[in-house]
Write a protein of this length. Structure first.
Lengths: 107, 118
């Protein structure tokens, strides 16, 4: 199965700054990657699918890029509600697998 | 409105069997483009996919937990049931059911925390 490695584990930023989160795959996922946001006590919420497509209702400050084995989630101008844990997930091959998460915390 | 809701025991003893139910509304379990997975998350840890049932009733399991898991559905009740045998304290986690639509988990239940302790 495909292993996803996210970096960094923790990102300390201030509101208004830009967050850049990385997801590296053990083999190509092409563009078949999703990003989720999870806040404490809540289920994950789909942000991005197919590497760069925003899910319904997701603000434009969230953008995904990349393909192959290196993919990125960028959050421009962080809002207070964006501080959370972010997971990537591939659907290139079955079974679906998740990364270990990146926590975006307030500096 | 499309929703998924997990239900089941909050506490099980080691070696017991866990049975969780996911009740869905707003979509059909028989819809060609959809299926339902169970995914768990130990406290403070990452997400782990467990099992999936496809619209044609085909099932798929995590290779590491295959011998302990069974997933079934009752389309008349709009329910997906997961059983996990021989529970251990390391299985303590929040268990989520999630809809797989067009191969992505677009909707999740709120999850149910299951603790394993004697």
């Amino acid at each position: 199965e495909i292993v996803l490695t996210q970096s960094p584990a923790t990102l300390s930023l201030s509101p208004g700054e830009t967050a850049t989160l990385s997801c590296r795959a053990s083999q190509t996922v092409y563009g078949y990657l999703a990003w989720f946001q999870q806040k404490p006590g809540q289920p994950p919420r789909l942000l991005i699918y197919d590497a760069s497509k925003r899910a319904t209702g997701i603000p434009a400050r969230f953008s995904g890029s990349g393909s192959g084995t290196d993919l990125t989630l960028t959050i421009s101008s962080l809002e207070p509600e964006d501080f959370a844990v972010y997971y990537c997930q591939q659907r290139r091959s079955w079974p679906p697998t998740f990364g270990q998460g990146t926590k975006v915390e307030i500096k | 409105q499309v929703t998924l809701k997990e239900s089941g025991p909050v506490l099980v003893k080691p070696t017991e069997t866990l049975t969780l139910t996911c009740t869905v509304s707003g979509f059909s379990l028989s819809n060609d483009r959809m299926g339902v997975s169970w995914i768990r998350q130990p406290p403070g840890k990452a997400l782990e996919w467990l099992a999936h049932i496809f619209s044609n009733d085909e099932k798929s399991y995590s290779s590491s937990l295959r011998t302990r898991l069974t997933i079934t559905r009752d389309t008349s009740k709009s329910q997906v049931v997961l059983t996990m045998t021989n529970m251990d304290p390391v299985d303590t986690a929040t268990y989520y059911c999630a809809r797989l639509k067009d191969w992505y988990f677009d909707l999740w239940g709120r999850g149910t925390l299951v603790s394993v302790s004697s």
